[in-house]
Ligand binder design. Structure first.
Ligand code: MN
Length: 746
């Protein structure tokens, strides 16, 4: 070993020691019990277990568990058990040590958490649908057993996202997509709002690097303006609070690039049109003997003496916390410059809960304080357990079912006896029935909302008083799945439908056996696949169900199919020839391996339409951030990176995602719809068409326009080469008087 190597290793050793010391310092400054010895033991054990291994970044591997531990300790505020488990989280997965070894050295509690983390290591989503369902179920199961497992997993994911630059690009999309799809919502649901924001932002940065930096620059460029606004707006507030003798600090919070972008996309507005980039947060120390909830309203009153409050934007999460435990009073005021500014008022404790989520709850719970947020979390975990009790064959359905309940905002409804129930927004009467009891859901025929009779699919509003009506003769219908919005209702309906299916399949099985016996075809029963294909069905199960339900009957054609009749084969071939390889997974995997996943695909004018399929769900054009999806049929489908379909694919079939870039040179045209909204003035339409066809020389494919109450809304389909051209068109259209919104839509 030469001197340089030796020096480098010494440097690394001291970096590792310093990182660990920092964690100890944070831990010792916290309110947790002092278990330094155990933590040091876990650190030394992990360090020697990972010795000699490096991460993609070139760092010694132990730097990763250390970074995860730091997040667990400093950003989530967990104690020694979680700290030890975080230090050890990759030991069983990546080294020869077993969970038993961990149990012998560190006890059962830590071993169980490490075991949970090992079970859900790797991606949540594998190549096979069945695999992802299993993995995701495991994730939820470990979560409902010990919530610390998922908290550490989120910390692990956060550090992996922070170091994502060292990953190959297609892996980046998979990891970023999965993060946005599942980890950010779970983090939000557990009240880790700061971590959720960071996860979203990092995903956004890797999926849309240019958009990200464009928005970041705009935030920077407009910062000075906001500083002035902030100062003007807050200094009278500070004077008022000082006069009242409050101890507080006040900060300006700037919206994250991701949430700005998200709003721009959702509302079709420009950066300049987003008025709530700045929010003001007041965090106060409660005064001796005063109720902190009341104090929030006192501070609110002080501000209403200075500024006018928006009548519809007072949010009382002080008395009715969000389901993730978040408490604060939000109000929006009109500044002297005529801009609405949101003010968030929280006590120090509320702030801690807002930043550290449920971990902070435990701390106060340990101090003997109960609150309704704990109860809500328990309820939620209980619901997850209930859903897990029913086997869900389709992984994606299952994922969507659970996801439904992660981001929903809540409404409050009342039972006939005046009890209050929290439900997600847009839930129906049937959802409420299921949330009370499965039996009530299964037999629900309608409801009385505020004493008026409504159907099952009636959407509930906050404040509604709801009485569920049932009948024993009611039976579950598949159509219910089209309107329920909660995970529990969906899961319970699916479970009941599957029970019905199983009964039909049993009957079908009997009919099939009968047929085979009658025709003396017993020995050919392994050719059943030919029969279900003949009836254009997708599986043996579907065939049995159709038979059982009397939708089809078996006859001579089926007999021919089972006997392998040549005529039949000949007919079948053109339809199913392409799928000959189905069921031969190995062959497919081989094909897949031959696709070069290391380098991004280059889409050129020549190859675009011959070698790829442009997804019509999002219709990307040159200049859009895109990715490729290598589908089951061995085609490469090009999606926009933020296409909802692509998002599902990233999470469910992440290994089939390919990096892709444009390399086109403006020879091809693409049709793009542009949305226009504005005030219906005389000749607006004429101005639009003149501008497009005469000044910009753009071909208009189609134009629809509709006006009512002096407002018009229209869509124009134009032929363009790329995003740049769309942007120019939009910029020019915006200059027309009376036009207020211009946006490209999908
Ligand atoms: Mn890890």
């Amino acid at each position: 070993m030469d001197i340089d190597d030796e020096k480098r290793i010494l440097d690394e050793e001291s970096t590792i020691n310093a990182a660990f010391q920092e964690i100890l310092d944070i831990y010792l400054a916290s309110q947790h019990r002092r278990k330094v010895e155990l933590i040091t033991k876990a650190f030394n054990f992990a360090r020697q277990a990972h010795k000699g291994v490096r991460r993609n970044s070139g760092e010694p591997y132990i730097m990763h568990p250390l970074a995860v531990t730091r997040i667990v300790c400093a950003e989530i505020g967990l104690g020694s058990t979680s700290i030890c488990a975080a230090l050890l989280h990759d030991v069983v997965e990546d080294t020869d040590y077993t969970v038993e070894d961990i149990r012998n050295l560190f006890g059962d509690k830590i071993a169980r958490i490490v075991d949970g983390l090992t079970k859900i290591s790797g991606g949540v989503f594998g190549l096979q649908a069945s695999e992802q369902a299993e993995n995701f179920k495991k994730l939820l199961l470990t979560m409902s057993e010990d919530i610390r497992v998922i908290l550490i997993k989120i910390a692990d994911r956060l550090h992996n996202m922070r170091t994502l630059e060292f990953m190959p690009v297609n892996k980046q999309y998979k990891i970023a997509g999965e993060t946005l799809y599942i980890y950010a919502p779970i983090a939000y649901r557990l009240g880790l709002s700061r971590i959720k924001t960071e996860l979203e932002n990092l995903s956004f940065r890797y999926e849309h690097p240019e958009e990200y930096s464009r928005i970041e620059k705009k935030i920077e460029r407009t910062q000075q303006e906001r500083d002035v606004l902030y100062h003007e707006f807050t200094s009278p507030i500070c004077d008022g609070l000082d006069r009242m003798g409050y101890k507080y600090h006040i900060i300006g919070r700037v919206k994250s690039p991701y949430s700005i972008w998200n709003k721009m996309q959702k509302k079709h507005v420009a950066f300049e049109d987003i008025y709530d980039i700045l929010a003001v947060r007041i965090i106060f120390t409660p005064r001796e003997g005063e109720d902190e909830n009341n104090e929030c309203f006192k501070i609110y009153n002080t501000i209403t003496k200075l500024y006018n409050a928006h009548p519809d934007r007072l949010r009382d999460w002080v008395n009715k916390p969000r389901a993730n435990g978040y408490r604060a009073l939000h109000a929006t005021f009109m500044s002297k410059r005529g801009e609405w500014i949101e003010v968030q008022i929280r006590s120090e404790r509320m702030n801690e809960v807002a930043e550290q989520g449920i971990a902070a709850h435990w701390k106060y719970k340990a101090q003997g304080e109960e609150n309704s947020a704990d109860e809500q979390l328990d309820n939620w975990l209980h619901t997850i357990k209930e859903i897990l009790d029913d086997p869900q064959p389709n992984a994606l359905d299952f994922l969507d079912t659970i996801k439904l309940n992660l981001y929903a905002t809540e409404i409050f409804v009342f039972t006939p006896k005046g009890e209050i129930k929290t439900m997600p927004q847009n839930c129906t009467a049937l959802d409420l029935a299921y949330s009370i009891h499965t039996f009530l859901g299964n037999h629900c025929i309608g409801a009385k909302v505020n004493h008026k009779l409504v159907p099952l699919n009636h959407v509930l509003k906050s404040g509604d008083q709801v009485e569920i009506l049932t009948s024993n003769s009611q039976h579950i219908d598949a159509s219910w799945l089209t309107f329920v919005t909660t995970a529990k209702a969906r899961a319970k309906i699916q479970a009941a439908l599957r029970r019905q299916q199983r009964i039909l399949q049993r009957d079908g099985e009997e009919k099939l056996t009968e047929f085979l016996q009658k025709e003396d075809l017993m020995s050919h029963s392994n050719n059943i696949e030919k029969v279900w294909k003949l009836h254009k069905l997708k599986s043996r199960e579907e065939l049995l169900e159709a038979l059982g339900g009397g939708k089809i009957t078996l006859g001579n054609e089926d007999k021919d199919a089972l006997l392998g009749n040549k005529k039949f084969r000949f007919q079948l071939f053109p339809f199913f020839g392409k799928k000959e390889n189905d069921g031969n997974e190995e062959h497919k995997a081989e094909q897949f391996e031959s696709v070069d996943r290391k380098h991004p695909i280059k889409l050129t004018d020549e190859t675009l339409h011959s070698s790829y399929i442009i997804a019509d769900c999002c219709s990307p054009i040159p200049g859009d951030d895109i990715l490729g999806y290598y589908d089951e049929e061995k085609h490469i489908v090009i999606h926009k990176r933020n296409c909802p379909v692509a998002n599902t694919l990233k999470s469910s079939h992440g290994d089939r995602i390919l990096a892709a870039n444009w390399d086109t040179h403006r020879t091809l045209y693409f049709q793009v719809p542009i949305l226009m909204k504005g005030i219906d003035g005389f000749g607006v339409l004429n101005e639009i068409t003149t501008l497009l066809s005469q000044q910009l020389n753009i071909t208009i494919q189609k134009l629809t326009i509709e006006g009512h109450d002096g407002i018009f809304e229209g869509t124009v389909w134009v032929n363009v080469h790329d995003v740049e051209e769309v942007r120019n068109i939009c910029d020019s259209l915006k200059k027309i008087k009376n036009i207020q919104t211009i946006a490209r839509i999908d």
